[in-house]
Ligand binder design. Structure first.
Ligand SMILES: [Zn+2]
Length: 126
């Protein structure tokens, strides 16, 4: 079963936490998760409808590391930073509750096409 990386980051962990583990601090294996991002998106993106996602995969995995490194242990901040890539890949860098953390100025997708909201590639990423 396909587990989209962005969604499973929270949902998977919350849904699998057994009641007996309540009250125990859970942690995320960052290395394992970072490997799962390309391992999940890579094979799926070979389908024609998901191909626009291919050039973004490496950057999305790097973004995950960036988020983990810069969230200062705050899980809500980690979540917000992580989900910001859903906007960034669409060339949206400022939104109601925040903005991307990259420097100001013109943003070039550097050999990638921006994803379109609601497109199959963007939906897969969600
Ligand atoms: Zn951005």
């Amino acid at each position: 079963m396909l587990c989209p990386p962005l969604r499973c980051f929270y949902v998977y962990f919350a849904s699998t936490a057994k009641p007996v583990w309540k009250g125990i601090d859970h942690s995320l294996d960052i290395w394992h998760k970072s490997k799962k991002i390309p391992a999940t998106l890579g094979p799926e993106s070979k389908k024609v409808k998901y191909r626009p996602l291919i050039p973004w995969i490496k950057h999305i995995a790097n973004h995950f590391w960036f988020c983990c490194r810069n969230c200062k242990g705050n899980t809500m901040r980690l979540r917000d930073m992580w989900l910001s890539c859903l906007s960034h890949v669409r060339n949206v860098h400022v939104w109601m509750t925040g903005n991307c953390k990259h420097t100001d100025g013109p943003i070039e997708p550097e050999g990638k096409d921006w994803l379109v909201y609601g497109s199959p590639a963007h939906n897969l990423l969600k």
